[in-house]
Write a protein that binds this ligand. Sequence first.
Ligand code: SAM
Length: 488
Amino acid sequence: MEKIIDEKKQGESLVLDPQKETEETVRNGRDSRKLYIESYGCQMNFSDSEIVASILANAGFNTTQQLEEADLVLINTCSIREKAEQTVRKRLEKFNAVKKINPGMKVGVLGCMAERLKSKFLEEEKIVDMVVGPDAYKDLPNLVQEIDEGRNAVNVILSKEETYGDVAPVRLNSNGITAFVSITRGCDNMCTFCVVPFTRGRERSRDPQSILEEVNELWEKGYKEVTLLGQNVDSYLWYGGGLKKDFETASDIQKATAVNFAGLLAMVAEAQPGLRIRFSTSNPQDMTLDAIEVMSRYKNICKYIHLPVQSGSNRILKAMNRLHTREEYFELIDNIRKIIPDCAISHDMITGFPTETEEDHQDTLSLMDYVKYDFGFMFAYSERPGTLAARKMEDDVPEEAKKRRLTEIINLQQQHGLYRTQQHLGKTEEVLVEGTSKKSDAHWMGRNTQNTVVVFPKEHYNIGDFVNVKITDCTAATLIGEAVGYSE
Ligand code: SAM
């Protein structure tokens, strides 16, 4: 399930690239302390870990991949589904076992599990020294000092303002080619299944100037692609700071000079015409025609939209508080295809939401048949404490039905994936080389504008090259081809 939740990257220990590490070591002296940081969940969390590493680098920490030698172990947590929380718990048990050998080691929990589980972790179970919520990372140097002095430390306050626009993230486990840039934090959508508004707070947008500065800096360092990140990027709205929901109370001048997502997208695309631009995630209720038109106008904006729908049934969409119908979603898909005929579209889908019947499930399958998505990220419903669905609805779809429906939508997605990849056969497409193929050292792996993975023989090409590749074969998720030269 690459991109939103890349299973292979879950829990990977994150480290600075060696060059940066050397700079930090020189700056902080050879005896600087060692930070081990692991991330779980969505791309936003991985991006936040880069902000955390930057803040702690300035406080004298270097990253390490060796858990046993760490002075500080941080785990950036996800609570989107129960399984994610269980994984984190297992890791905390492991950290506590290591602590027995290295008693000086301190353990901190960051991210989405912080607010709900702070007392449990710190006071009841006593398995961590520090708990820090997603808006409190700038407080980390103070909190570390607290734990150094033998006290537990906690800050889970959610902010109306914090966007970390003034923190230059360091890049962790980077290929030096693709990077993520946060543009919004929090979410106002209140989908009834989702914990995000509770764990990450209300939605706020980052100053476009600081976004442009980060993008320009990435370009200067040799990066070739950025993904603008947010829970709901299309809802981006900068009017001088503050929560999105308070826009109505903004002054006339603030309203007149406000920047929306379409405006931001155009600014970023124009600032660096040689840089590929992607964005994620789009919510159907907020995606506007002007954003799609901006995509079609700029060659460097990739032709790919991640457009989660969650269900194909109008009844379930309503129960989920998704503020659109199946018919409105189709209209949006039709408009995207009209304006950008070769645009790839992917989805998130939840099976077994409370009260979901076989008829609702059939509606989901027929919606998928209509769209024929290029990719998909599919999940069985997991009840999350505190959400409206958990408070008001019984988790009443039997586990086997959830699993069977999930298998059916995954199988259908496989068919659609293959249908989509087959449309590329015989075409020559521009691919940005990201690294060596997982299956063969003799092949590069990169992506075309639609975000489909392309593999081809390495020849004389290098990481970071834009290469024209003739597509000769495919699987449901991968295109296979041969390079025909550099692209312009
Ligand atoms: N706001 C982003 C979005 O709409 O894609 C990210 C939300 S979440 C990180 C990614 C996906 O997890 C959601 O789109 C949804 O399909 C899934 N998800 C969220 N809550 C869930 C739950 N309670 N049970 C199962 N899947 C869930």
